[in-house]
Unconditional design. Structure first.
Ligand code: NAI
Ligand SMILES: N[C@@H](CC=O)C(=O)O
Ligand code: NA
Length: 439
């Protein structure tokens, strides 16, 4: 079996690594839309080889293009651009560094890799004068990284917040609207090609944390890695949490929140976090259902921008990959390059404990005089100001819901610990961070 097919005169030659959910769609569209892509890129864009784990499992692909040897394919003289759709960190990191060192440009959807090793990849790309594009790595089809890297490069971004994981949004939406079970909905998300090869990356928030690291790096011109991002998944979000949220006119979403935080003394830092958030149903993110993603960007001059669309799935993700491929081809045609790494601001990353958040705390308490005062005192002792309290009687107990104003996350956490130890508190029923104002 040949690794590389005979080249077409003047064409940009593509090595495709991985031909699964996303790679399969890229291969299909590259073939079906070859004429249009050539017209848009200014040069034919053609497949030089496709690396998959098991070539014998791909009867639909031209056998002369298939190989199991990705390492050899990426440095082949017949290849100009490597499109990586395998996923995971090793051995992919080594392949892409080798490709970049050999002067090949790289297009990848691999957020896990970028969130840990983008500095090395950018350095190798710079040294070789090659391109590194990764629009598909965050929010699938939605053009989000190009706006951050290019369109908003003249503005000062203060906040990027939104739903960046399709699988968990699919699960939370189903649990909320139909009361569907967690496990069956996750299986459905995998079947539809939304989930990662190991879906714990989705449900435990690793995928969204990688995306938050990429977003914070681009928005704040600072290197932020996945380990800098505070991460909580949806495994602890129960049907009861969603039901409680619904009673209060709210719902629960897994959000990535990246902020530029300025201290009282004017010192700036970056905060990046991923966790479940209770939002009012009137909030625009509450209406984002299924595997759709939506991201708000706030910038000084531009104000608020919202990006919305399909965040997962083979075809939507392939759209972003092909857009990057056309960009690389156009750059090659004119002898130019796309944007390089921009990490000049090098802002410190603020620990989660010091990040300002707001809590929604639901308690089951004894129904007698003085209980509310004790609970309120615990908040006051930690310097946490209360925004709203709602009490309702449930038999010989009362249900107390407290929503706070902003306070450092650590102060809120220790307040909840202390409240849980009060004799008058039977149970801390749920604790969740809050975004948005009730209307
Ligand atoms: N599925 C989705 O909705 C999205 C996926 N992504 C990212 O795109 C990438 C690919 O995802 P999927 O297509 O869903 O994965 P997939 O599991 O469907 O496909 C992976 C492909 O890689 C190949 N592969 C695995 N190990 C290999 C090896 N050692 N040598 C050669 N080929 C190998 C497999 O044969 C398969 O063709 C991942 O980085 C993922 O995080 C990004 C956005 C959305
Ligand atoms: N598993 C991811 C795929 C896209 O990035 C998700 O569910 O969002
Ligand atoms: Na995108």
């Amino acid at each position: 079996m040949n690794t590389v097919a005979a080249p077409q005169e003047g064409a940009i030659r593509v090595a495709l690594l991985g031909c699964g959910t996303v790679g399969g769609e890229v291969a299909r569209l590259l073939t079906e839309q070859a004429g249009e892509l050539a017209a848009r890129a200014g040069v034919p864009v053609e497949l030089a080889g496709i690396a998959v784990r098991r070539p014998d499992k791909h009867p639909e692909l031209p056998p002369e293009l298939l190989t199991a040897d990705a390492e050899k394919l990426v440095t082949s003289d017949e290849v100009d651009v490597v499109v990586e759709l395998v996923g995971g960190i090793e051995p992919v990191r080594g392949w892409l560094l080798a490709a970049l060192k050999a002067g090949k440009s790289v297009v990848t959807a691999n957020k896990a890799l970028l969130a840990e090793h983008s500095a090395d990849l950018f350095e190798a790309a710079d040294a070789a004068g090659a391109d590194l594009y990764f629009e598909a790595a965050v929010a699938g089809a939605i053009p989000l990284l190009r706006p951050l890297r290019e369109s908003l490069a003249g503005d000062r971004i203060t906040r990027v917040m939104g739903i960046v994981n399709g699988t968990t949004n699919f699960i939370l939406s189903a649990m909320d609207s139909s009361g569907a079970g967690y496990a069956e909905t996750l299986d459905e998300a995998s079947r539809l090609g939304y989930a990662e090869a190991d879906p714990t990356a989705d449900v435990d928030g690793y995928d969204a944390a990688s995306k938050a690291a990429i977003l914070a790096s681009l928005a704040f011109h600072t290197r932020v890695t996945a380990s800098d991002v505070h991460r909580e998944g949806i495994a602890d979000v129960t049907a009861a949490d969603l039901a409680a949220a619904r009673m209060l006119g709210r719902t629960v979403k897994l959000l990535a929140i990246c902020e530029r935080v300025t201290d009282d003394d004017g010192v700036e830092s970056v905060s990046a976090r991923v966790h479940p958030v209770m939002i009012p149903r009137s909030h625009q993110l509450a209406g984002v259902g299924g595997a759709f993603n939506a991201v708000y960007v706030e910038a000084d001059a531009a104000g608020e921008l919202m990006f919305y669309g399909q965040g997962a799935g083979g075809s939507p993700t392939a759209s972003a990959v092909l857009g990057d491929l056309v960009a690389v081809a156009r750059n090659r045609v004119v002898g130019g390059r796309g944007p390089r790494e921009s990490a000049h601001a090098a802002l410190p990353v603020r620990p989660m404990g010091q990040t300002p958040t707001r809590y929604h705390v639901s308690l089951s308490v004894a129904d007698r005089a003085g209980v509310l005062a004790q609970v309120a005192q615990a908040f006051a002792d930690h310097g946490v100001s209360i925004a709203a309290v709602r009490q309702s009687d449930v038999g010989d107990r009362a249900s107390l819901v407290v929503v706070t104003h902003q306070a450092p996350d650590a102060a809120l956490e220790s307040t909840v610990d202390e409240i849980g130890r009060l004799d008058v508190v039977h149970e801390v029923v749920s604790v969740m961070r809050v975004e948005g104002e009730d209307q």
